[in-house]
Ligand binder design. Structure first.
Ligand code: NAD
Ligand code: DAU
Length: 332
């Protein structure tokens, strides 16, 4: 049994990871989360109290972080400002949390010699052309586009520097787009599902040709646990499940699965600097660490996700109106 500290464990992917760890291991989990607009204590409801401790706080609070690192065997770092559209509107919180917050954790890991796994994104590699057969690998040069992805790239580089300069025991993973339960309604898939539930037409940015490489959040969690247990210190692993889909196809599939005409959506103002395509080659994780995704079929994973939003309206409804008002103010 290990004592895991999970930063951002009340967010979308962090809470999925906490559920995964509690269901599949005997580890104790302490969550450190600031409960920003994106954090939700209800995402951890029902988990056994003797397996989970919740600490409300900021990863930039060095004294708090130091005390928590002193009691942890390993730390998994999910906490971040995560939404590209928000980073275009107000970049500052992205610098504070993604850069200074990660720096604060690295200094604690350095003092205590704590094992740290840093969660990052495929967006650090920039984007690919639609007709390019290439996919991102661990050696693809960094080329981030947005304030969000550039702060994630900065945080990855800090981790690499702290490994090399100070011997911090860290690994990094860069994952593609996640879907599943507990995702905030600002993000593409839950926004469209909850729009259809509310009788609002789904909103597609620009022409809708952009491609994302979808992975179920539970597969992301199993990959992170694998890296935490068997990953090589100082190394980076890409996480992906061969799930490339263009945005139009995803909207049409959501509408069809929800019993609506496939063309019942609107095109809206495109995102500034909108990355065209992401695609992950996860060969390293599969061959060196033996990881495999469990959710091979995107359509059935999406159907489960739709069902989750239908039956958990009390979880997402409080955020829906403000989110749509924000988008409406941007013509989106
Ligand atoms: P999210 O926005 O749903 O959750 C972020 C969580 O971090 C929230 O609970 C929030 O309250 C917390 N948080 C924010 N600032 C904090 C601070 N200063 N101190 C403590 N807690 C703070 O994000 P997500 O989509 O779950 O993403 C989690 C991580 O995974 C991020 O690092 C993100 O870059 C990465 N990632 C996300 C995806 C994706 O598809 N969503 C894909 C690859 C990687
Ligand atoms: O690739 C990993 C990244 O995936 C993570 O690092 C980010 O934290 C996560 O938010 C996600 O970034 P994206 O920008 O790809 O996700 P988002 O859900 O915002 O948008 C997915 C695609 O859908 C993107 O091409 C923009 C488009 N979109 C989005 C919204 C909200 C629309 O067409 N309409 C919308 O209403």
């Amino acid at each position: 049994m290990a004592r895991l500290l999970v930063t951002g464990g009340a967010g979308f992917i962090g809470s999925n990871f906490v559920h995964h760890v509690i269901e599949n291991t005997d580890h104790h989990v302490t969550v450190l989360d600031k409960l920003t607009y994106a954090g939700n204590r209800a995402s951890l409801a029902g988990l056994p109290e003797d397996r989970l401790t919740f600490v409300h706080g900021d990863i930039g609070d060095a004294a708090l972080v130091d005390g928590l690192f002193a009691e942890a065997d390993a730390v998994v770092h999910y906490a971040a400002e995560s939404h590209n559209d928000n980073s275009l509107h107000d970049p500052r919180p992205f610098l504070d949390t993604n850069i200074i917050g990660t720096y604060t954790l690295l200094e604690a890991a350095r003092r205590h010699g704590t094992r740290l796994h840093h969660i990052s994104t495929d967006e650090v590699y920039g984007d690919l052309e639609l007709d390019d057969p290439a996919r991102f690998t661990e050696t693809t040069p960094y080329n981030p586009s947005s304030p969000y992805s550039s702060t994630k790239a900065g945080s990855d580089l800090l981790v690499r520097a702290w490994v090399r300069s100070f011997g911090v025991q860290a690994t990094i993973s860069n994952c593609s787009n996640n879907y599943g339960p507990y995702q905030h309604v600002e993000k593409f898939i839950p926004r469209q599902i909850t729009n259809v539930i509310r009788g609002i037409r789904p909103k597609l940015y620009g022409a809708g040709h952009n491609v994302r490489d979808w992975i179920h959040a539970d597969d992301h969690s199993s990959a992170v646990l694998t890296i935490l247990e068997r990953g090589e210190i100082g190394e980076t692993y890409l996480i992906g499940a061969d799930g490339e889909k263009d945005n139009t196809s995803v909207v049409e599939l959501i509408l069809t699965l929800m019993g609506q005409p496939a063309d019942a959506y609107d095109h809206v103002t495109d995102r500034a600097g909108h990355d065209l395509r992401y695609a992950i080659d996860s060969t390293r994780l599969r061959t060196e660490l033996g990881w495999r995704p469990r959710f091979g079929d995107f359509e059935s994973g999406l159907a489960d996700t739709i069902e989750w939003y239908r039956t958990n309206e009390t979880w997402w409804a409080p955020a829906k109106d403000a989110t749509e008002a924000f988008y409406a103010s941007k013509g989106q």
